[in-house]
Design a protein around this ligand. Structure first.
Ligand code: 9YT
Length: 135
């Protein structure tokens, strides 16, 4: 059995900050853990907007704290995000993720699993990487 504690991840390779400063992702499970998915605690900082398009991954996101919204770029639909809400990007939906006036705390699952220190590429995606690739 694998046991991880969030406090043991802070300040390590598994704590990844967005290059634009919009979020921090603490990666509790990665590809190397062998579960077939990765599992992250992600904090989206208050009053931020992030363009995301996970064209190479499926992601499910469950909100446990804060308040924000997702805007789907295909049709402009706005989905309010609050504790208890899950959204799953089953269509690789292009979207904007906004945190309102408090940080959003999200639990995120990625399939295929992220391998390590991925940050968003210019188009909002993560590259598909093998463990030996560096990011
Ligand atoms: C919800 C979302 O996709 N935020 C961006 C960060 C990502 N979840 C990650 O790498 O943990």
């Amino acid at each position: 059995m694998i046991i991880k504690k969030i406090d043991d991840i802070r300040g390590t390779e598994r704590e990844v900050y967005a290059e634009n400063g919009n979020w921090v992702s603490r990666r509790l499970l990665l590809k190397s853990d062998g579960m077939g998915f990765s599992f992250h605690e992600t904090i989206i900082f208050a009053n931020s907007e992030t363009h995301i398009w996970y064209k190479n991954h499926l992601e499910a996101v469950y909100c446990v704290d804060g308040e924000g919204e997702v805007e789907l770029l295909d049709d402009g639909t706005i989905i309010p995000i609050a504790p208890g809400t899950l959204y799953a990007l089953d269509r690789h939906d292009r979207h904007l993720l906004r945190a309102h006036d408090r940080d959003l705390k999200l639990l995120c699952v990625f399939n295929p699993a992220l391998v390590g220190r991925e940050v968003h590429q210019a188009d909002g995606s993560y590259a598909l990487l093998d463990e030996e690739d560096t990011v």
